[in-house]
Design a protein around this ligand. Structure first.
Ligand SMILES: [Zn+2]
Length: 80
């Protein structure tokens, strides 16, 4: 009887361990999935030289190393 009991305890312990391992594995996989969905590069924001508005670099108009929110502001900037 004692041996069967020991086996049962061992089995339950193993089962809990297996479930725990699976739970941890799922957590890690979920985190990796989330990280993959993140954009690789953080969007860079630049400031318009004229009105100081902040805009994503890819939407900004670059001129002589300066950034503008629109063509109008590029033309309005005297230093450009
Ligand atoms: Zn502007």
């Amino acid at each position: 009887m004692g041996f069967v009991r020991l086996l049962t305890i061992l089995f339950i312990a193993w089962l809990l361990y297996a479930l725990y391992k699976r739970y941890i594995k799922n957590k890690i996989e979920q985190r990796q999935k989330r990280e993959k969905q993140k954009p690789k590069e953080v969007e860079k924001v630049v400031k318009c030289e004229k009105c100081s508005v902040h805009i994503p670099k890819q939407e900004a108009i670059e001129h002589k190393g300066r950034y503008y929110c629109s063509k109008a502001h590029l033309q309005m900037d005297d230093n450009a």
